[in-house]
Design a protein around this ligand. Sequence first.
Ligand code: PRX
Length: 648
Amino acid sequence: MSEVTVHPVSAEWADKALIGAEAYAEKYRRSLAEPDAFWAEEAKRLDWIKPFTRVKDTSFNVDDFRIRWFEDGTLNLAANCLDRHLADHGERVAILWEADDPATPGRRITYRELYAQTCRLANALKAQGVKRGDRVTIYLPMVPEAAVAMLACARIGAVHSIVFAGFSPEALGGRIDDCASDVVITADEGRRGGKTIPLKANVDAALEHHAPNVKSVIVLRHTGADVPMVAGRDIDWADAVAGQPGDCPPEEMNAEDPLFILYTSGSTGKPKGVLHTTGGYGVWVSMTHEYTFDYRPGQIYWCAADIGWVTGHSYVVYGPLANGATTLMFEGVPNFPDHSRFWQVVDKYGVEIFYAAPTALRALMREGDDWVTRTDRSTLRLLGSVGEPINPEAWEWYYNVVGGGRCPIVDTWWQTETGGHMITPLPGATALKPGSASTPMFGVQPALVDGEGQLIEGAAEGALVITDSWPGQMRTVYGDDERFFQTYFSTFPGYYFTGDGCRRDEDGYYWITGRIDDVINVSGHRMGTAEIESALVLHDLVAEAAVVGMPHDIKGQGIYAYVTTIAGTEDSDDLRRELIQWVRKEIGPIATPDVVQFAPALPKTRSGKIMRRILRKIAENDTGNLGDTSTLADPGVVDDLLANRPES
Ligand code: PRX
């Protein structure tokens, strides 16, 4: 290991932060020693309709498995994000919106305006027949109406399922089907990096083969493109809300009632509908947003994630709005119209807290410092990183060039399943080590286990598990409790298994080393290798496919696909291109394979199991040491793969 540079907490941060080193140690101790008292106190950050009398009721053991927090309390999370802010700061800006094209005027939506828009849409949804517990699929670009749609669902107790606007009609249709939504909310088109995305056309295509129960499609006019409307099914957002009252009583939800479903990739099968509930999630995202970002009301805060991912749910919408923050939503991309865009937006709005994924930072770093240094950025006081490991080089660049050496970086490790930050520095409490997510959030008990499931202590490397529940934990896989238990609690009985490998150093800092299951992390987005393989084998000429991750300078990991075509097929470059397009069509551009290698056969054991370890080594170009190949049915297969490895 090369020497680690430690950045101690500055005197100013130690002095002014909400949580200093001593407070962290004391609160952390208390959160584990007296969880009921600790969480009852933290839960006061939300307004409850009926206070809870029970706090934590959880067990990860097979016999009495349950995850319940604040279970007899009732509340409404949309009311917590809106109504309670109106009396004292209704005129504060809730959402700042910056369009894809810098020439398009931005928008500033106050809490009062957001409240009225949410209530109108909530009433419109009711008029469409949406009831408490119904699922609503949202397929929208990064526009304030996406937050309005989420909050409108939460207000009436409907469960939203957001599908990232970069997903294909196939992927969208599958997700609508899985949760049996009968309403879809979309826009005519999205805009990103100067290009348009045909959202309404994608919904139409998705509904051709899927989701027979979809009764209405609400269409936001965003670009104004002329899109066909299906009579009796499609309705203009403006028409839907016209005449609807600007007040809508919030539904009284139980703490354990579902808030949303968000599909994410796992190591097997189709994407899982991660289900989050109301009370625990609300407490978790509000608390972590406040402490991790040292958030104080009135500060301008920007999380650059899309609402299609969990980061957008927790840290663009629910966490910041619960805390009365001003949250910036950006429709565009970091490099359009040029590589200064992020920093121009920071200057335009006076952003103080900026939170983004390492992949964007690495891409910008490559373009040179000048794009950054020509901007001011003096308003920045804190930087955040999320979604994948940040390499120390990118960390130092972020710290020194973007942050001018003044701003701590919070490298937040968490997952769709965890709802919010689990392991992260706190800016006033934690000395920073570039590349380490550092220390656990209150109530989080990380541990490392070896291959036999035994806990390992001290400085060590192993599989990362969490030994007890925390309020923001997912409650189930939608419609499949058994899959939930099997996926997360059966590998290491009694623990929540994260799927990540991790090292703990002598100071107790955690260093995430990446996924150790068949999930790859491409530009901070999770992809199941099985999902890409299923897409490939749907092609008529593909007999078999195996997909693994490969190192990629910008994306963190790239997608390397081995494809065996059916006998008699010509394995041409044209076919390679066609297969790449095919996967884009089946899943979406984020799943585009970086390399397709034709393989007459895949390396298998005698029992027919593909040896992915070997495929990974070849993809990584680490071919000197392929390990033990003696169990292969036909070792010659490997020689062929090595001889025909395409240049990547
Ligand atoms: O491998 C870890 C990686 O992203 C996975 C979770 O992906 P997803 O559910 O899509 O959520 C992304 C946004 C929270 C984790 O299992 N990951 C996330 N954050 C970090 C990370 N790896 C290293 N460092 C991080 N800060």
